[in-house]
Design a protein around this ligand. Structure first.
Ligand SMILES: NC(=O)C1=CN([C@@H]2O[C@H](COP(=O)(O)OP(=O)(O)OC[C@H]3O[C@@H](n4cnc5c(N)ncnc54)[C@H](OP(=O)(O)O)[C@@H]3O)[C@@H](O)[C@H]2O)C=CC1
Ligand SMILES: O=C1O[C@H](COP(=O)(O)O)[C@@H](O)[C@H](O)[C@H]1O
Length: 451
């Protein structure tokens, strides 16, 4: 950006700011991307000692060591902020809401009012979850549009900053061998999995009101689905990419409670700030359908959960079996081909295909062979963190990887039927692969989770 700019992180002493945002900003600065950065201000009610230690270690510390005492609920805080903004004439102002989502509405209303007194170009960045259901997301959008233009709004989803997710476009749209197969004639089904071994890590106050559907399924997982299943945009212009995602999301059938499995890990009720007898799900698996010509009758299975046996985030596109008559050539039925896009534990893309085993018989039963592109090993250095990529996009004004207002509302509409459904809650043991019912969901279709 050519203009001088300042960043205001509301909730700047919180977990996200300390672990992700401030370190990402320091790296961007060191790499020379933030030449016009005036200062990063951290706003919160009290100056957290670990924030102080962190910002004093960041270089150059005067860019980051700027604390502003600020309470989202108090008008006096906005007067104080206004006094600082008056000194920043002509600068672009970037406000990053890294706050509890329960504070978004108040922060937006009061900040929006304050900014009416200023002519500086501005951007507003909002963390997830954006609302708690369809109605509240609509309300939040209306509030945003009272004070900001859509092109000033950056609804962030950090999964979209991951290298693998951005690679989906390249794999799909620059390879005839894949693009020509990417539809119902050849794809058997798709799986999207984001499972974690960690629990709620002291975030009970937020998580108990959110649960796995609001925390992961409505946002990260539906975005991964959009990238995998959307039609190609006519060109790489942010609005055209988002138009295609919206078109896809309109074709996604609302998820049915009958095709949903909810679970809660044993011991969840003892976590700090979890309500007594809470029915919040820490696990969810669903079967989802897309009613468009490309994906008619291709099931999409999505699963996410906490305190499972491992951390794994990946999408698998599983191709149809070869015709049975081909299988007669061998002594077995070959495995189905798959393409796996993994974001965790590694950023990698793997193609699974069948080959004759080395030095085997001419007609030996083929074995599964994996061709892998592990991005970090390939480039030979650490990949940029998701937040680094996304913050740079915000600064440069590229909205391709951010969620548009209509898109976020459609994503809520898809999960709305299962938000409050009284589907049974299955208790599962920590360290396992979740409730058995989630496995039966695929077994009854003759399939199994690839995990
Ligand atoms: N943590 C993570 O890994 C991720 C978080 N997110 C999202 O980021 C956002 C922030 O999450 P996280 O950092 O974990 O939350 P934390 O609870 O760790 O941090 C909240 C921050 O807000 C400040 N705050 C709380 N109340 C007020 C208030 N009334 N006025 C001003 N500041 C206030 C806190 O400081 P103080 O109490 O001193 O005011 C603190 O700086 C959420 O929307 C979350 O969903 C998204 C992806 C990952
Ligand atoms: O947004 C969130 O994502 C994390 C998982 O993200 P990852 O990049 O570590 O895979 C999840 O733990 C958290 O509950 C959720 O709020």
């Amino acid at each position: 950006m050519n203009r001088k700019f300042s960043i205001f992180i509301l909730g700047g002493t919180g977990d996200l700011a300390k672990r992700k945002l401030l370190p990402a900003l320091e790296r961007l600065y060191k790499e020379g991307h933030l030449k016009n950065l005036h200062k990063v201000y951290s706003l919160a009610r009290k100056e957290d000692p670990s924030w102080k230690v962190l910002v004093s270690s960041l270089e150059p510390s005067e860019k980051f060591d700027n604390f502003l005492q600020f309470d989202v609920n108090l008008d006096s805080s906005y007067h104080h902020l206004g006094r600082i903004l008056r000194e920043l004439k002509g600068q672009e102002l970037i406000f990053y809401l890294a706050l509890s989502p329960f504070l978004f509405e108040t922060a937006l209303r009061k900040l929006g009012r304050l900014l009416r007194d200023f002519t500086n170009p501005r951007k507003i960045v909002i963390e997830k979850p954006f609302g708690f259901d369809t109605a509240s997301a609509r309300k939040l959008n209306q509030l945003l549009y009272t004070y900001f233009l859509e092109e000033e709004i950056y609804r962030i989803d950090h999964f979209l900053g991951k290298e693998t997710i951005q690679n989906i476009f390249s794999v799909r749209f620059s390879n005839t061998i894949f693009e020509s197969l990417w539809h119902r004639n050849f794809v058997d089904h798709v799986q999207i999995v984001a499972i974690e071994d960690i629990g709620i890590e002291g975030r009970g106050e937020y998580y108990d009101k959110a649960g796995a559907i609001r925390d992961m399924l409505q946002n990260h997982m539906l975005q991964m689905l959009s990238f995998l299943a959307m039609e190609p945009p006519c060109c790489m212009y942010p609005e055209f990419i988002r138009d295609e995602k919206v078109k896809l999301l309109r074709s996604v059938r609302k998820i049915s409670p009958e095709e949903t499995v909810k679970g809660q890990y044993e011991g969840y009720l003892l976590e700090k700030a979890v309500r007594e007898g809470s029915k919040t799900e820490t696990f969810v698996a669903v079967k989802l359908h897309i009613d468009n010509p490309r994906w008619q009758d291709v099931p999409f299975y999505l699963m996410t959960g906490k305190r499972l046996s491992k951390k794994l985030s990946q999408m698998a596109v599983v191709f149809k079996e070869v015709p049975r008559s081909f299988a007669n050539l061998f002594d077995c039925m070959p495995n189905q081909n798959k393409i796996i896009f993994q974001t965790s534990p590694k950023n990698k893309i793997a193609i699974h295909f069948e080959l004759r085993p080395p030095a085997g018989k001419f007609i030996a039963c083929p074995v599964e062979t994996v061709m892998e592109y592990d991005m970090e090993s390939y480039v030979g250095k650490k990949l940029p963190e998701a937040y680094e990529t996304l913050i740079l996009d915000i600064i440069e004004g590229d909205r391709s990887l951010f969620i548009r207002g209509d898109e976020v509302e459609l994503m809520w509409e898809i999960v709305q039927p299962i938000l409050e459904s009284d589907a049974p809650l299955h208790i599962y043991k920590p360290g396992t692969l979740g409730p058995e019912q989630a496995h039966l969901l695929l077994q009854k279709d003759g399939k199994a989770w690839i995990i």
